[in-house]
Design a protein around this ligand. Structure first.
Ligand code: BGC
Length: 335
């Protein structure tokens, strides 16, 4: 009797152990596959691509996704939109690694920091997976092509617009998304080079927002406290101007402060309409999504594609809104 009980106990322990081991490996497999089950279940599609932005929970990137979805509809491809919810280089690279492990047919992602991103991009290419850099290029990598803004030119345009709108006299604070991201560095460099031509435009300070409106607001506030003569701001990423605008409003400085923003998200458009933001650099995120999926499809079909596809930039001011509104061009950049 005692002996029988012992056998039962041993059996129960062994079964429990087996259960735990199976669960462990099942969870591990889930982690390693970028929803590979979902990607590969859409077997009828010719290609399965993954779009990995630096931050999925961001309206700018939702527009890129929207463009990619339009291409998905018209071409026989499946596009998965996945990546870090909030910007994080290490997580971003992990997502690219997972896409490589899942053997997707193509990857669309940013080349935010050449040194960090080039190795993983090259790894994908070496495994036969084409990679399109979008929004931010990693030109030293083996990426198949770049689709997006000419970021230096965009920053230069912002500088010229500020000179024109302020009569060439301004004390500027720059809020940039990140000091490490290549697109931000190029925008700031372009801006600096443009305003160098105007002796009365001075850049007082530059601080990073980590692409969040909260940090942009904090940094703008610090600058206003530190520099009494500050009378202009340049926000180099999509949400920076929201933060700058809210600080300027809270400080009751809307009249005396010139703001030039980046992007044409609905809140930016509203702030331009309200006269809080003076101008913005138009990018074409929707077009970037659309074009990158089209290009990957062409590559997948064995076609040769050009390496650089600039999607175009422009400056938008309040008077342009009244002239051209309502226009999907500015809201989605689809034309
Ligand atoms: C940039 C993106 C960035 C986004 C952040 C855009 O202006 O082009 O690289 O992720 O701002 O909100």
């Amino acid at each position: 009797m005692r002996y029988e009980r012992l056998i039962y106990i041993i059996l129960a322990v062994v079964m429990l152990l087996f259960g735990c081991i199976s669960l462990f490996y099942y969870m591990k497999a889930l982690q390693n596959d970028v929803r590979i089950d979902q990607v590969h279940s859409q077997e009828k599609r010719d290609f399965h691509f993954v779009l990995i932005p630096q931050e999925t929970d961001n309206d700018y990137w939702r527009l890129v996704e929207k463009g990619a979805r339009e291409a998905e509809e018209t071409l026989d491809v499946a596009v998965e939109y996945n990546g870090p919810k909030k910007t994080s280089v290490s997580e971003h690279i992990e997502w690219i690694e997972k896409a490589i492990a899942s053997k997707v047919d193509g990857i669309i992602t940013q080349g935010l920091d050449e040194e960090m991103f080039a190795p993983v991009i090259n790894k994908a290419i070496d495994k036969g997976i084409p990679v399109i850099t979008i929004d931010t290029d990693a030109s030293s990598s083996k990426r198949s092509a770049y689709v997006g803004t000419d970021n230096y030119q965009a920053g230069f345009l912002a500088g010229l617009a500020l000179i024109e709108d302020t009569g060439g006299k301004a004390n500027v604070g720059i809020i940039t998304g990140s000091f490490e991201a290549r697109n931000m560095q190029l925008r700031v460099q372009g801006f600096r080079d443009a305003v160098q031509e105007a002796p009365k435009v001075e850049i007082l300070d530059i601080k990073a927002s980590n692409i969040t409106r909260i940090q942009a607001a904090e940094k703008a506030d610090e600058m206003i406290s530190k520099y009494s003569g500050i009378d202009a701001f340049f926000g180099t990423s999509a949400l920076d101007s929201y933060g700058i605008a809210s600080t300027v409003q809270q400080r009751g400085r809307t009249e005396g402060v010139y703001i030039i923003a980046f992007d044409t998200l609905p809140e930016t458009i509203q702030l331009i309409r309200d006269g809080i933001i003076d101008a913005t650099v138009v990018q074409k995120p929707y077009k970037m999504g659309l074009e990158s999926v089209k290009l990957l499809t062409q590559i997948g079909r064995g076609e040769t594609v050009e390496p650089i596809h600039h999607t175009g930039t422009d400056i938008l001011r309040r008077e342009d809104l009244t002239k051209k509104e309502p226009s999907p061009y500015y809201l989605e950049g689809s034309q």
